[in-house]
Ligand binder design. Structure first.
Ligand code: NAG
Ligand code: NAG
Ligand code: NAG
Ligand code: NAG
Ligand code: NAG
Ligand code: NAG
Ligand code: NAG
Ligand code: NAG
Ligand code: NAG
Ligand code: NAG
Ligand code: NAG
Ligand code: NAG
Length: 476
């Protein structure tokens, strides 16, 4: 390592060069150093560093704040080690990003940075931080979902053998990260936290999502955000998550899948283990679209009718606290029209929930509704022990119930036993998020089977009109 004095000497002797390099190692300095602290755009310097040192080299961002005012596309790195010792801070120039974010193809979403290549490391040493300046986006977005052009902070695209470690994210613009068309990616010791300082919620700030990727591992994550914690989307194979703590998220979903009839979604070999979920709307959750395309008015989204499958999934060692729907399968995730619900052809099979312990917010521990057209084989509970948070607090509570529909071999015994109690029929059009009575923990908890008709709309992303439609405000 260069000493601080030597670094100062280099800065002093190269006032116009914001990338100091010897051909293999590129040190990037922020423009603010020579602009009296003004936040001048550092994107050109960073892109130059990747150009000079992105193959068989290192790119080092020091302990400074770097201002990122433009999109970046650095997807052809080879044998490159990136170090981030300071902060990368994205501008909140909303018109710029709406006009320039790169399309990620998936669901018409877009991103501020494509990052990828082969044999790449990205280390933050527990200090490197992405600051998405997200409050501007939360305010502008006003609780709406999937605003076109609102960028995912960091998209790993076309990566092979990538290790990212010790990086944190604050105030993400949209999803914190996305992994697309990549193989053998590990992200470890990751901290993500996006919280709004006003009434506009951080809608859609997923921790990460995987899509068309395989052999991906996540270790040691802490996430606080306004949507899914770690979500697995179509064409994801061998995805492993271990030691993940999530506050106030939508939990650990697989899906949504089955949105696009022309692109089937295949998902298999998924393990989530040692997961701690606190105050989340959902827990271990599988969500597929219904079998017929339909418009979803309050989600900015439409679809359904997609094929594919979800097979071989394990949710193991979950500690849950105050979770709305701890365990659930729906194959009608955004459909609430009885004529299209229950029509999914996307086969879900071999899902195990093992050692799931803790408290649910309502009196429903599990709601498993497989599609009538493709009932689910191989579902299993092993040591699932969930009580209502009221019961655990010694408050009045209804008995905990488990609801199910269209499971194969529900009453099998021995090796094939599902061990999934079915106290009643799981409705095929449950709201994704049950808000009713939240957060009055001491008053009655609802019975899902009597969710009033007015509640049976999509309350997942409550917009300004959803209160009128019967959705209570978000539970956090
Ligand atoms: C460039 O600098 C790095 C870091 O100081 C050093 O490891 C590397 O050997 C240097 N390379 C050349 C070609 O001087
Ligand atoms: C990084 O810079 C900040 C302020 O400029 C300083 O407080 C901090 O100690 C520095 N960290 C390291 C590891 O040098
Ligand atoms: C990103 O760079 C790669 C490699 O140069 C190129 O193929 C791709 O089209 C670029 N993507 C965008 C959105 O510009
Ligand atoms: C990446 O690393 C692997 C294993 O060290 C090596 O076999 C491969 O050639 C490297 N890829 C490139 C593009 O250098
Ligand atoms: C996967 O990537 C890691 C770097 O994160 C590398 O050490 C390992 O060799 C890669 N595995 C394979 C099978 O290439
Ligand atoms: C996230 O940030 C908020 C605001 O700074 C803070 O109150 C909260 O404790 C943080 N959450 C975690 C999990 O660190
Ligand atoms: C789990 O990850 C957290 C960071 O999120 C870390 O503090 C803790 O030590 C890890 N626990 C284990 C058992 O690795
Ligand atoms: C997870 O955190 C623990 C405790 O800090 C550490 O020992 C372990 O190496 C971390 N795991 C990974 C994969 O970084
Ligand atoms: C998934 O992969 C298959 C090919 O294996 C492809 O036909 C399909 O379009 C992909 N689906 C998505 C959603 O990308
Ligand atoms: C299920 O997935 C796990 C984890 O990837 C894998 O170890 C196991 O072999 C898979 N089982 C089957 C039957 O494919
Ligand atoms: C979870 O929510 C409850 C009820 O709102 C609150 O009392 C508690 O502090 C929250 N726990 C955490 C860790 O945020
Ligand atoms: C969805 O709504 C659009 C615009 O109103 C319409 O063109 C389209 O046909 C509808 N699609 C379905 C599946 O109903």
């Amino acid at each position: 390592m260069l000493s601080a004095l030597l670094l100062l000497a280099i800065i002093a002797s190269s006032v116009t060069a914001w990338v100091v390099n010897n051909g293999t190692t590129c040190y990037v300095y922020p423009e603010s150093l020579t602009h009296f602290g003004q936040p001048v755009d550092d994107t050109p310097s960073i892109l130059q560093a990747f150009e000079l040192c992105g193959t068989n080299g290192s790119v080092i961002l020091q302990n400074y704040t770097y201002n990122i005012n433009q999109v970046m596309n650095t997807t052809t790195l080879v044998n490159c080690d990136v170090e981030l010792h300071g902060e990368m801070k994205w501008s909140d120039n909303i018109p710029y990003w709406l006009g320039h974010s790169y399309s990620v193809t998936y669901a018409n979403l877009s991103t501020a940075w494509f990052f990828g290549g082969e044999n790449v490391t990205f280390q933050g040493f527990g200090k490197g931080q992405f600051n998405g300046n997200g409050q501007a986006w939360y305010d502008e977005n006003r609780n709406n979902s999937n605003q076109p052009g609102r960028p995912i902070g960091f998209t790993i695209l076309n990566a092979k053998n990538l290790w990212m470690d010790g990086v944190s994210w604050r105030q993400a613009q949209f999803w914190h990260s996305f992994i697309s068309h990549s193989q053998n990616v590990t992200m470890s010791n990751i901290y993500m936290n996006s919280t709004s300082n006003n009434q506009w919620f951080t809608v859609n700030t997923d921790g990460t999502d995987t899509w068309n990727s395989r052999d991906i591992s996540f270790y040691n994550w802490t996430v606080e955000g306004g949507d899914d914690c770690i979500a697995i989307k179509g064409n994801s194979t061998n995805i492993y998550s271990k030691n993940i703590t999530c506050y106030r998220t939508h939990g650990m979903p697989i899906g949504s899948v089955g949105q696009d009839p022309t692109h089937p979604d295949f998902v298999n070999d998924i393990v989530y283990e040692d997961v701690h979920l606190i105050n989340s709307t959902n827990g271990a959750w599988i969500k597929a679209w219904q079998g017929k395309a339909t418009n979803v008015t309050n989600n900015g989204d439409a679809g359904g009718g997609g094929g594919g499958y979800i097979n071989n999934v394990t949710y193991r060692n979950f500690r849950i606290e105050n979770i709305g729907q701890p365990i659930s399968i729906t194959q009608c995730v955004y459909g609430h029209d009885p004529s299209v619900c229950d029509t999914s052809r996307l086969q879900i099979s071999n899902v195990t929930w093992e050692n799931i312990t803790g408290t649910s917010h309502f009196d429903v521990a599990s709601i498993i509704h497989c599609s009538r057209l493709v009932p689910c084989p191989g579902l299993k509970f092993i040591d699932v022990n969930i009580t209502t948070v009221n019961a655990s607090l010694g408050r009045p509570s209804l008995p905990q119930i488990q609801l199910c529909a269209n499971m194969i071999g529900q009453n099998a015994t021995g090796e094939d036993a599902t061990n999934i109690p079915c106290h009643g029929f799981a409705p095929n059009d449950m709201p994704n998020v049950l808000y009713r009575n939240w957060p009055e923990l001491s008053s009655e908890v609802i019975l899902s089977v009597v969710v009033p008709e007015a509640q049976r709309n999509n309350c997942l992303h409550p917009g300004p009109n959803n209160t009128a439609a019967g959705c209570d405000p978000p539970p956090y």
